[in-house]
Design a protein around this ligand. Structure first.
Ligand code: C2E
Ligand code: MG
Ligand code: MG
Ligand code: MG
Length: 293
């Protein structure tokens, strides 16, 4: 594929620990070894349809189980993967792991879509389309189970090329969504020209809707505008039931956040889904989710 991985010896990149505080410079050359050693693991966070309280999908979020530093969040290594030319390989790894997990859940009767985050560099890689198709084929999955998340600005870096890549992916049947919506500078008028199906409203707005009138107005008007444009909306960073109920009043379709379920390793996800299905119907005053799931 076009994103050729340059060999990496040692690069340094200051990084922050998930727990806060700054890590000693991280040896980026380790990232390749980490992939090979199986130290990169994918966690999954549930996504809930607010109208029914049903979990319909998950977002794949990568973690580095570092032998010395412990569990590192993606903010400490994604940029490094981009700078060292490893992001093509990295994204392939996450995509493959996520689809494998998705197929396994399906075999167990748990039908979920899976969303994978793309780096801006992935969008410049024409090989991405073939790689996505190959990964779907490998796991016997339809493109409709897969969602790919891109940030607002990423399609603007090389609009012509990314439009081709996005057009091909969406033509295949993959769902495309805009991540962290509201934090970039793009207008919906622009985004609407991309083959995007869904907006993920950034948690910096969602977290404030109960206390801050401006945040509430931004979320409310985004939901409304998206509806007129035929786009789905998911609110990120929902940390409590009050926020979930406020989002429902705004007619927001879907939600994701610590208040619903934290990201967990794949094998733990079915239990998280069960807990959500046990708890949410009474919060939302809706019928219980069907016996199966
Ligand atoms: P994102 O795609 O916007 O993912 C959501 C982030 O918010 C995740 O952080 C998630 O753990 C966190 N989050 C979810 N719910 C809540 C909540 O209620 N409250 C708060 N405070 N946080 C919440 P994480 O896993 O640290 O990921 C950070 C970012 O790293 C992601 O933001 C995404 O842009 C990027 N990322 C994660 N995995 C990958 C990957 O495999 N490839 C690429 N290219 N980027 C990734
Ligand atoms: Mg995301
Ligand atoms: Mg996001
Ligand atoms: Mg984010």
């Amino acid at each position: 594929s076009a994103a050729k991985d340059r060999p990496v010896r040692t690069a340094y990149y200051g990084t922050e620990l998930e727990s806060g505080g700054t890590l000693a410079p991280l040896v980026i050359g380790e990232l390749r070894g980490a992939l090979e050693a199986g130290d990169i693991v994918v966690y999954y966070q549930p996504q809930v349809e607010i109208g029914t309280g049903r979990v319909f999908g998950v977002e794949a979020l990568s973690r580095w189980q570092h032998p010395v530093y412990g569990l590192l969040g993606p903010d400490s290594f994604i940029q490094a993967a981009e700078r060292t030319g490893m992001i093509g390989t990295f994204t392939q790894f996450v995509l493959d792991a996520a689809l494998e997990q998705c197929a396994r859940w399906r075999a167990e009767g748990l039908v979920l879509t899976v969303a994978v985050n793309l780096s801006v560099l992935n969008l410049l890689d024409r090989g991405l389309v073939e790689d996505v198709q190959a990964a779907l084929d490998r796991h016997g999955l339809s493109p409709t189970v897969l969602e790919l998340e891109l940030t607002e600005g990423s399609a603007m870096v090389d609009p012509r090329r990314s439009r081709q890549v996005l057009g091909a992916l969406s033509g295949m049947g993959v769902t495309l969504s805009i991540d962290d919506y509201g934090t970039g500078y793009s207008s919906l008028a622009y985004l609407q020209k991309l083959p995007v199906r869904r907006l993920k409203i950034d948690r910096s707005f969602v977290a404030g809707i109960l206390d801050d009138a401006a945040s509430a107005a931004i979320v409310r008007s985004t939901v409304e505008l998206a509806r007129h444009l035929g786009l789905d909306v998911i609110a990120e960073g929902v940390e409590d039931d009050e926020t979930l109920l406020a989002l429902r009043d705004m007619q927001c379709h879907a939600a994701q956040g610590f208040g619903l379920g934290r990201p967990v390793p794949g094998p733990q996800l079915p239990e998280v889904v069960r807990r959500i299905h046990d708890r949410l119907p009474s919060v939302l005053h809706v019928p219980t989710v069907g016996a199966g799931r």
